[in-house]
Design a binder for this molecule. Sequence first.
Ligand code: GLY
Length: 274
Amino acid sequence: MTGNEIRQAFLDYFERHEHKVVHSSPLLPANDPTLLFINAGMNQFKDVFLGLEKRDYSRAVTSQKCLRAGGKHNDLDEVGKTARHQTFFEMLGNFSFGDYFKKEAIEYAWDLLVNEFKLAPERLWFSVFEGDDEVPPDDEARALWEKVGAAPERILGFGRKDNFWQMGDTGPCGPSSEIFHYMGDDPLDPEKNSPYWVNGPGDTTIEIWNLVFMQFNRTHEKDGTFKLTPLPAPSVDTGMGLERMAAVMQHVETNYETDLIKPFVEFVAELANA
Ligand code: GLY
């Protein structure tokens, strides 16, 4: 599939499941002093998650332009060192505003990846929040992955750094569950296709999709501490890297070799006589 086909397939899949297709917002956030650039699909829905704004839909799907060049989830230091980090990228996301929660989010993700995109389950890994002194382990997400068909040994627990998502120091947030894909040649090799590479070194096992179970608002208190308060309704915010998904579907090793980016590299190379 081309990058354009992957984007369209994602939007179409969720539209078929009653999601409103919403345009990407501009890269500069409107009325949000906590953020310099849009860094995730959920930014334009922040006030909807917080219950401050009502829309005439409770499910949405977007392909959002993102720029991660500073602040939380800043991947700038990784750009140029890995095959999968970019400053600018497109994030495909489905959103529920107090409508469905973990069960449907996990069912949709499995169905889209395995039945529509035809990814082999033996190449997929799943991570869930393992809990800390503030938020309990996400045993529910683990059980739901098993129920849709994930092998128990392919579901791994990680801490706050990897499996708790927040858009900035403050704002809507919650435990997350990530999906990884082993891109190598030998899925049957227990050392190459192993848990060691999930959130580990290299670009062969890469995160392709993050499902965030939005449950809290993180606020900065007058005494300098941060506080988690439950959101008016548990919600869902997901983010799939379009260029990473294109690398998976096009069987190439880096995002730069996908049809989304390669033409730019070739154009610059031509100008530079490289
Ligand atoms: N908001 C989900 C993500 O950026 O991964």
